[in-house]
Write a protein that binds this ligand. Structure first.
Ligand code: ZN
Length: 306
């Protein structure tokens, strides 16, 4: 089953519902960053949340960054998700493993830490980013993102995120976001939002449904089928994707200047750069760096002649 995002409305447009399946991209992140079980669950939940929030945006190039800075041993999570269905992210200490929590689940809250902040930056594609900060609630990611939605965006929402990591890797991942749209006077139907939260609480979790073979439209049908559910026919594919490239690494190296580049040639005979978002390693030989120095000189002399 390909990773995908499905949108729907219910209750005559008063409810906006989104479901996202992220099993494969979470497995890709696990492999790329060599994530522990608990780090896989933490980053997987955060990436699903990023995609769910980004699905709200109108512009294709709009993006959202979620940064969880808790006091737990994972040392922070950063996720960058776009309305185009791409997502990337990392955790600071990917090899941290913790014993299961009291409920026998991966201890994401303990790994992230409940004391700290969630920093959100939204670039809606109009040039001026919006940022918001809220305190973490439990470090379990879902609670923290929900708190952000209520406090910072003042939207009544219900959110469920899940990652199931088995011995063979990620078996199921994704989540659901149900939002109550404000009425014409800006007010919220409190009953409706309580109902949504209750309905989500009744199901035992997102990943058990996926693992039992339920697909996103069926899951939405189970939840909201009696509330005039309208599922959009377009299914959006989502994937792990990073914007780093050889050209970008070269540009960044050139910014260091000639002296620094020459020092790299003399001391290490080259350079190695690793992208923190996707863990891709870029190797630059001494000749590559010498070429960059040549280009810098050419650009400088051109600047002088102009
Ligand atoms: Zn990258």
């Amino acid at each position: 089953m390909a990773d995908q995002l499905v949108r729907a409305t219910a209750a005559g447009g008063r409810i906006r519902a989104v479901g996202v399946l992220t099993t494969r991209l979470t497995e890709e992140a696990r492999n790329r960053h060599r994530l522990s079980y608990v780090a896989t669950a933490a980053l997987g939940r955060a990436m699903a949340a990023g995609l769910l929030l980004a699905s709200n945006f109108k512009q294709e190039e709009a993006r959202i960054n979620l940064r969880f800075e808790g006091d737990g041993p994972l040392g922070g999570i950063l996720v960058d998700a776009g309305a185009d269905g791409t997502v990337r992210g990392y955790v600071k200490h990917p090899d941290v493993e913790l014993p299961p929590n009291a409920r026998g689940k991966l201890d994401v809250g303990g790994a992230v830490g409940a004391n700290g902040f969630l920093y959100v930056i939204k670039d809606l594609g109009y040039g001026y980013p919006f940022s918001g900060t809220t305190e973490l609630v439990t470090g379990e990611i879902g609670d923290d993102v929900l708190h952000y939605l209520v406090k910072s965006e003042q939207t009544a929402s219900a959110l469920m995120l899940g990652v199931f990591v088995g011995a063979e890797g990620v078996d199921a991942a994704g989540g659901l976001l149900l939002q109550v749209m404000p009425g014409a006077d800006g007010s919220f139907d409190e009953d409706l939002s309580t109902q949504l939260a209750e309905r989500l609480e009744r199901i035992e979790g997102f990943t058990p449904l996926v693992r039992s073979g339920r697909r996103l439209p069926q899951i939405l049908e189970d939840l909201l089928g009696d509330m005039d559910l309208q599922i959009f026919p377009e299914v959006q594919l989502v994937r792990f994707s990073c914007t780093c490239s050889d050209a970008r690494v070269r540009r960044a190296l050139k910014m260091l200047g000639e002296a620094e580049l020459q020092d790299m040639i003399d001391t290490d005979g080259g350079a190695e750069a690793t992208c923190s978002f996707c863990n891709e390693v870029y190797q630059m030989t001494g000749d590559d760096l010498a070429l960059l120095i040549e280009q810098l000189r050419a650009e400088q002399s051109k600047a002088i002649t102009e």
